[in-house]
Design a protein around this ligand. Structure first.
Ligand code: PRX
Length: 633
C-alpha cells in the first residue's frame, strides 16, 4: 500500500482511518518495511501503568531496511552528501552501496572490541560522515547509541556516560566550527577522568589537532577500519529492543535519557519523512540540525535513509564564511527540501537579503521549521525571500520524546498559516486540557497540549528511571501524554504552539532546564542562591536571565559576571551561558519557600506594570528591590 498523502481529502481520509482503527492503519504502513518476523499485535498500551509496546514480537533490523531492502533499487544513488565546514574543501558523497560497506566495516570494528547487543556507545562527534556511519553501525549490531552534542562540556558528557554506563566513546581529534577548531578529544579525555565504564575510545582524524592517545584505550578510526571485513550480517532485533538513548533537559533534575525502541521508531520516522516533506525519488533533502539532537536522528539519518532519500549533511555553521553559506549550498547541490530552525532564520534575517539575492534558490520546493515557535515575521521572511512565495512552509511541532513529527502541514497539501503547526499527523490524537485536566472541546480554545493515544515512535521510558518517566509525562494528566507545551486551537481547528508551560527554556532551539542552569551557577563559591528564567530574545527565541544572590565583598559585578558565565559554560556548555546576570539582594519566595518565577519572568520581560498577586509572598519587599536594581543598570 502506498502511504503517501497527496491531497487534502486524502489527508482527512487517512486521519479518519488512523483514529477509527489505529491497529489496521499502522499495520498497513508497517507492511511497507522489511520484518524478519511479523508482529503478532500492533499496539498494547497502558498510560496509567506506563507500558507501551508497538509491533509486538516483530523482529527486524533498522539498517536492513535502509540497506539490504533498498540496494537493488537505490544502490548507486547518493545516500549522504557531505559538505565540509570550509567551502574550499571537497565534499564527500556516499552512495547507498558505499555507505553500506562503511557501516558493515565499522560494525565489525565494534564487534571486534567486544561491543554486543544492548551495550551503550556514546558518540561525541562533529557532523562528519563517520558520525552517521557510527550510528548505523551501532544499530546494525544492536548496540544502543547515545549521541551527545559536541558542544556540551566534559562535565555534561561524563554525566551522560555514567548515567548509561557506556562501554565505548566515539569522537574525533577536533571539530571545525566556522573559523574555530574545537579540541573535542581533549573534552573526552577530561570527561573520562570521572568515568570507569568506558574501555575503548575510537577517534576520527578530522582536524589533525594534536591529541594524546592513551595506550590500550584510544584507537584511530582509520586504522581500525582498514583491518576488518566489509561483510556483516545484521543482528536480529525485537521491535521493542532499544535503538537509542538521547538525553534531554526537563524542568527538574539532571537531563533524562529518553529511550526509543526499534520497530515503532522505524515505521513512524519513515512515514512522517515521506509525507511531511513530500520527498520524491531524485530529490535532494537537507536538514541543518546537528545529529546530537533528535531532529538529526530522525530527519537527517533514519527517516530519510529509510525512505531511500539523498540526505545532505553539513559540518559548518550558517554564517561561515558569510551569511550566504546556506544558500550557496542549496544552489550547489540543488536542494529541494530545506529544514531548519527559526533561530537560524532570524539570525540570517539580520544580515538583510543581500546574501540571499546572490543565489538562485530555484531548486527549493519545500521549507521546514522545527525546534521552537516561528514568529510571523520570520515566517514571512522565510516564505518570501527563501521560498520566493512558492514553497510551502512545514512548521513541524514535535519533541525528543515524540521521536517524530506530531503536528505539521503536509507540504503542498495542508493550507498553511504563519506560525501555525496546523494539523496532527495521521495517528496523532492531540487534546487540550485545562489546568484541572478538563478537556477543552471545540475550537478557539487554549491550554495544555496532551496526546491521548500512543504513536509508534513515542518515548518508552527514561533510561534507568521508569518512575521518573511516568511522573514527568503521564502523571499530571492521568491517561494522557503531557508534552509540557501550551497550545491554542483556533477557529479553524488549527494548532499553534504557545511555548513551554513548565520550567524548560528554549534557547536557539536548544532545550535547557532552569534548574540545570541554576545548579551550575550555584557551583560558584560566592553564589548563595540563583533563579533562572527565560525572556523573549530577538534571535534566540528565548534568552537566559539569571537572578543571582552573591557575596560581593571586595568583588566587582563585572568580574563575577564573567566567572559565573564561565562556570556555566564549563558545567554544561557554552549554549547555557546566561545572557543577563542580575545581582539581587534576595529572591521572591512563597511561604513554603518556592521561588516565584512568574514574577521574575515578568521583570525579565520588563513587564512590571501588573505583577499579579504578590500577597502570598514571604518577602514582598524584595520585588521592589529587584526592580530597582534592574532600573539602576
Ligand atoms: O516547546 C516545544 C519546542 O521544542 C520542544 C522540544 O524540544 P526538543 O525535545 O529539543 O526537540 C526539538 C526538535 C523536535 C517542544 O516541547 N518546539 C519544537 N518544535 C516546535 C516547537 N515549538 C513551536 N513550534 C515548533 N514547530
Amino acid at each position: 500500500m502506498s502511504s503517501k498523502i497527496e491531497t487534502l481529502s486524502g489527508y482527512f481520509h487517512d486521519y479518519q482511518k488512523s483514529i477509527v482503527n489505529p491497529h489496521r492503519f499502522w499495520s498497513r504502513i508497517a507492511e511497507n518495511s522489511h520484518w524478519r518476523e511479523k508482529w503478532t499485535k500492533v499496539v498494547e498500551h497502558d498510560f496509567k501503568k506506563l507500558s507501551i509496546k508497538w509491533f509486538i514480537d516483530g523482529k527486524l533490523n533498522i539498517t536492513e531496511n535502509i540497506f539490504e531492502k533498498n540496494l537493488f533499487i537505490f544502490g548507486d544513488k547518493p545516500a549522504i552528501i557531505w559538505e565540509a565546514n570550509d567551502p574550499n574543501e571537497k565534499g564527500v558523497t556516499l552512495s547507498y552501496r558505499e555507505l553500506f560497506i562503511e557501516v558493515c566495516k565499522f560494525s565489525n570494528v565494534l564487534l571486534k572490541h567486544g561491543i554486543k547487543k544492548g551495550d551503550r556507545v556514546i558518540l561525541y562527534m562533529p557532523m562528519i560522515p563517520e558520525a552517521a556511519i557510527a550510528m548505523l553501525a551501532c544499530a546494525r549490531i544492536g548496540a544502543v547509541h547515545s549521541i551527545v552534542f559536541a558542544g556540551f562540556s566534559a562535565q555534561s558528557l561524563a554525566e551522560r556516560i555514567n548515567d548509561c554506563d557506556a562501554k565505548m566513546v566515539l569522537t574525533s581529534d577536533g571539530n571545525y566550527r566556522g573559523a574555530k577548531v574545537i579540541p573535542v578529544k581533549d573534552v573526552v579525555d577530561e570527561a573520562l577522568k570521572q568515568c570507569s565504564s568506558v574501555n575503548k575510545v575510537i577517534v576520527v582524524k578530522r582536524t589533525k589537532t594534536e591529541v594524546t592517545m592513551k595506550a590500550h584505550q584510544d584507537l584511530w578510526w582509520h586504522e581500525e577500519i582498514s583491518e576488518v571485513s566489509d561483510v556483516n550480517i545484521a543482528e536480529t532485533m525485537d521491535s521493542e529492543d532499544l535503538l537509542f538513548i538521547l538525553y534531554t533537559s526537563g524542568s527538574t533534575g539532571k537531563p533524562k535519557g529518553v529511550v526509543h525502541t526499534t520497530g515503532g521508531y522505524m515505521v513512524y520516522t519513515k512515514y512522517t519523512f515521506e509525507n511531511v516533506f513530500q520527498y520524491s525519488q531524485g530529490d535532494v533533502y537537507w536538514c541543518t540540525a546537528d545529529i546530537g539532537w533528535i531532529t538529526g536522528h530522525s530527519y537527517i539519518i533514519y527517516g530519510p535513509l529509510l525512505a531511500g532519500a539523498t540526505t545532505l549533511m553539513f559540518e559548518g555553521i550558517p554564517t561561515y564564511p558569510d551569511a550566504g553559506r546556506f544558500w550557496e549550498i542549496v544552489d550547489k547541490y540543488k536542494v529541494n527540501q530545506f529544514y531548519t530552525a527559526p533561530t537560524a532564520i532570524r539570525a540570517l534575517q539580520t544580515h538583510g537579503i543581500e546574501p540571499v539575492l546572490k543565489h538562485s534558490l530555484a531548486s527549493l520546493k519545500v521549507l521546514g521549521s522545527v525546534g521552537e515557535p516561528i514568529n510571523e515575521e520570520a515566517w514571512h521572511w522565510y516564505h518570501d525571500h527563501i521560498g520566493k512565495g512558492r514553497c510551502p512552509i512545514v512548521d513541524t511541532w514535535w519533541q525528543t520524546e515524540t521521536g517524530g513529527i506530531m503536528l505539521s502541514p503536509i507540504a503542498g497539501v495542508t493550507p498553511t498559516k504563519p506560525a501555525y503547526a496546523t494539523l496532527p499527523m495521521p495517528g496523532i490524537l492531540p487534546v487540550i486540557l485545562d489546568n484541572d485536566g478538563v478537556e477543552l472541546i471545540g475550537n478557539s480554545v487554549e491550554g495544555n497540549l496532551c496526546i491521548q493515544f500512543p504513536w509508534p515512535s513515542m518515548i518508552r521510558t527514561i533510561y534507568g528511571d521508569h518512575k521518573r518517566c511516568f511522573e514527568t509525562y503521564f502523571s499530571q494528566f492521568p491517561g494522557y501524554y503531557f508534552s509540557g507545551d501550551g497550545v491554542k486551537r483556533d477557529e479553524d481547528g488549527y494548532y499553534r504552539i504557545l511555548g513551554r508551560v513548565d520550567d524548560v527554556i528554549n534557547v536557539s532551539g536548544h532545550r535547557l532546564g532552569t534548574a540545570e542552569v541554576e545548579n551550575a551557577i550555584n557551583e560558584h563559591p560566592l553564589v548563595v542562591e540563583s533563579a533562572v528564567v527565560g525572556f523573549a530574545h530577538d534571535i534566540k527565541g528565548q534568552g537566559i536571565y539569571a537572578y543571582v544572590i552573591c557575596d560581593m565583598t571586595n568583588r566587582s559585578e563585572a568580574s563575577l559576571n564573567l566567572e559565573i558565565r564561565e562556570m556555566v559554560s564549563n558545567m554544561i556548555g557554552p549554549l547555557a551561558k546566561p545572557d543577563i546576570i542580575q545581582f539581587v539582594p534576595d529572591l521572591p519566595k512563597t511561604r513554603s519557600g518556592k521561588i516565584m518565577r512568574r514574577i521574575l519572568r515578568k521583570i525579565a520581560e520588563n513587564d512590571t506594570s501588573n505583577l499579579g498577586d504578590t500577597s502570598t509572598l514571604l518577602n514582598p519587599e524584595v520585588v521592589d528591590a529587584i526592580i530597582k536594581s534592574v532600573n539602576k543598570k
